[in-house]
Design a protein around this ligand. Structure first.
Ligand SMILES: Cc1cc2nc3c(=O)[nH]c(=O)nc-3n(C[C@H](O)[C@H](O)[C@H](O)COP(=O)(O)OP(=O)(O)OC[C@H]3O[C@@H](n4cnc5c(N)ncnc54)[C@H](O)[C@@H]3O)c2cc1C
Length: 427
């Protein structure tokens, strides 16, 4: 893999999602000084979901986005609605106790419900489809599925032949299907939610980068051409926030993941590959994830790296990965190729907390998940602003550790760690 520095522009990446967006957002840039109840930094799912939850509770919100709504990971991801988190909540029992583990487990279900209800309630057009398959390449993956199926009745185990009625590939040993997870066009959900927040009184600014934060009980943020004072600041910049808040920079490692989009598949090509219109992930640490778009393109993602750089030859590498799963797509054209950055936290759990005992709250580090969990964290942050900190406090107790190695060594340290897991994936 060859790497290059990312040349991000302030407009959307050249993704299938930007090309199929319901509309192009065009909110103004902030010019001048304003005051609101809550100012949110970052217009991805974390930011817009929090804005909707706060709007529903009657708060006056300003949402500041450096680029465009959904410009970051939220408008570039695999679109897979997956419950739970990157880590099993029971790993945190020592920090949050048995009751805390139960609360977090329930939130892993609630996050999917929030998306479902929000799309229904506000009639958001984002191509929602239900159905998810996890597919196994190793016997130990199948063993895990059998164990999970004992605990979760939603899981329907599939042997090798049964799986082919969902995902028609020779490389998997088996998998499982569940109806309660699925997929969406993420950019359309994100801009749709921004519109909902706006309808409830939120003021939204694009092309408005926050350049400074003032902490304390009456915090504020500064931008290139103005400022916002508020009772609360909520930081939702995740893997794209750079060094704005050094405390968070030390705790969020940006990882790049790549996606390609084929030309629309014919019905015959769909029968040879994606028999059912489900979201699919395999069970490796460095996984492939894929699904069909509304117009039946195969959107195929994977190839994570922790260098902070983009692969120059991502399209060829991703195409080779896709052909390993579906060799019959050899002649199919690749129409789109893009990448995005997700925030990884040391403990693979979303980090929700408060900075310096101030009214500056943050969320970051969904560690590869996020489409559904961002909707849960939006609710938890709104509850906290509204004076109910029960769930916020549980999440905050999970210790948000800085990445070892500091700025210089954390990326190579993580790359070595991932190499170890990729080697394990082979056996
Ligand atoms: C390629 C890819 C595939 C993925 N696939 C899936 C998937 O299928 N399912 C799943 O659950 N998760 C997936 N994820 C993860 C998921 O997309 C993220 O966890 C989630 O979108 C994070 O949302 P966010 O709002 O916290 O961050 P982002 O969506 O990255 O939003 C942060 C926003 O903050 C803005 N910002 C940053 N700094 C500032 C500042 N100083 N001032 C103003 N604005 C600022 C940025 O411009 C950006 O728009 C994927 C991620 C990637 C990159």
């Amino acid at each position: 893999m060859f790497l290059k520095a990312t040349a991000d522009t302030r407009e959307h990446a050249d993704s299938y999602y930007a090309a199929s967006a319901n509309w192009q957002t065009n909110y103004p840039e902030l010019e001048g000084d304003i005051e609101v109840d809550v100012v949110i930094v970052g217009g991805g799912f974390s930011g817009v979901a929090t804005a909707v939850e706060l709007g529903e509770r009657g708060y006056k919100v300003a949402l500041l986005e450096a680029n465009r709504i959904g410009w970051g990971a939220s408008g570039r991801n695999g679109g897979q609605i997956i419950g739970g988190y990157g880590q099993n909540p029971s790993a945190f029992k020592a920090n949050i106790g048995t009751e805390g583990v139960e609360v977090v487990e329930n939130m892993g279900v609630e996050c999917v419900e929030i998306i479902k209800q929000r799309i229904e309630k506000y009639n958001i057009d984002c191509g929602l489809k239900w159905g998810y398959c996890e597919v196994g390449l190793k016997r130990r993956h199948l063993k895990d599925y059998r164990k999970w199926a004992e605990e979760e009745p939603q899981i329907k185990l599939l042997d090798r032949d049964e799986l082919k009625h969902y995902v028609n590939s020779e490389i998997y040993l088996g998998g499982y299907y569940r109806e309660d997870w699925g997929h969406i066009q993420p950019l359309n959900l994100c801009i749709g939610e921004a519109k909902v927040a706006e309808s409830m009184g939120a003021v939204i600014f694009e092309q408005t980068r926050v350049t400074g934060v003032t902490y304390g009980k009456n915090p504020a943020v500064q931008t290139e051409k103005g400022s916002v004072r508020a009772n609360h600041v909520i930081l939702c910049g995740n893997a794209y926030m750079g060094n704005l808040v050094p405390y968070l920079d030390a705790r969020v490692l940006p990882a790049t993941s790549c996606v390609i989009g084929t030309e629309p598949l014919t019905e015959e090509q769909q029968r040879q590959t994606m028999v059912r219109d489900v979201a699919v992930c395999d069970s490796r640490t460095a996984l492939d994830y894929y699904r069909l778009s509304a117009d039946k393109r195969l959107l195929f993602g994977g190839l994570s790296n922790y260098s902070g750089l983009d692969p120059t030859n991502a399209t060829e590498i991703m195409r080779a990965k896709m052909l390993r799963v579906f060799p019959s797509l050899k002649e199919v054209k690749i129409d789109f190729s893009w990448s995005g950055r997700m925030g990884i936290s040391v403990r693979r759990m979303p980090q929700i907390g408060r900075i310096k005992d101030s009214n500056v709250l943050y969320i970051s580090g969904y560690s590869g998940h996020g489409v559904a969990p961002t909707h849960m964290t939006g609710r938890i942050l709104a509850e906290a602003v509204d004076g109910d900190t029960h769930r916020f406090d549980i999440m905050n107790k999970m210790f948000h550790l800085p990445w070892p190695g500091g700025k210089l060594l954390r990326r190579p340290a993580m790359a070595i760690g991932m190499m170890y897991y990729k080697t394990l994936d082979r056996f």
